[in-house]
Ligand binder design. Sequence first.
Ligand SMILES: Nc1ncnc2c1ncn2[C@@H]1O[C@H](COP(=O)(O)OP(=O)(O)OP(=O)(O)O)[C@@H](O)[C@H]1O
Ligand SMILES: [Mg+2]
Length: 243
Amino acid sequence: MAAINGKGKKTAEEPSTDDWSFVEALLASRAARTVYLWGPPGTGKSFTACTSGLEGREVFSVSLTPETPAAELRGLWMPKGDRFVWQDGVFVEAMRRGARIVINEISHASYDVLAILHPVLESRETARLTLPDLQTVSPAEGFQVVCTDNEPPDQLPAALRDRFDCVLRVGRPHPKALERLSEDFRQSALRTFDLEEDRAISVRGWLAVQEIEKELGREAAFRAVFGVERGEQLLRASALGHA
Ligand SMILES: Nc1ncnc2c1ncn2[C@@H]1O[C@H](COP(=O)(O)OP(=O)(O)OP(=O)(O)O)[C@@H](O)[C@H]1O
Ligand SMILES: [Mg+2]
């Protein structure tokens, strides 16, 4: 894991599962108001962001696609009887309640979504949002934004990147996720994370193999989860202790 400051400079290096305890300590800190957590798929970023270091805070979660409407975060007018009433979106609700909001796949944020995030991520003092019903909302004490993605921070729009207090790369699966795997799958999973990043296999994949194996056997499980070719390679390698 490498910790990078908000301006994109590396301040530490070296992936290690132990580094998750640093991520967790940071999430629990009131000082870390805006956090960007990134790295290969299926290591536990979203899980940790939603469950760790809440310190009594509520947690809200949203996953973005380029089509996610800004109204999902900000809110919208909803018909009620013969009139319209304002309904807060998930981001505004989290602001009001001093909750943590986890925004997954932040690199997919549209310009409309960014326009909502920018003023709030900006700084504790100036964070506020004026809604279409003309209420101005400032985040309550404890409000925290944790964004996750597979993309490095330099793939984010510069103005968004600049608004994160902390940028953390996690390159290895969370130890608690690995604990759910049997010893041989755990070793196989860890070995794939020692390969190039795009060949690392998500813990999700190994959990799926483990489940399917119970009913259909190991060969079928590898083939079903990883495909015929890679499944056979991995099966052979795992038999040799090299997967
Ligand atoms: N701390 C944990 N305890 C138990 N299981 C975990 C833990 N962290 C992750 N897992 C398991 O690993 C799976 C993948 O975790 P998660 O969805 O958080 O990955 P991710 O890093 O966000 O992946 P992606 O980059 O694809 O979004 C989870 O569905 C869960 O089953
Ligand atoms: Mg995720």
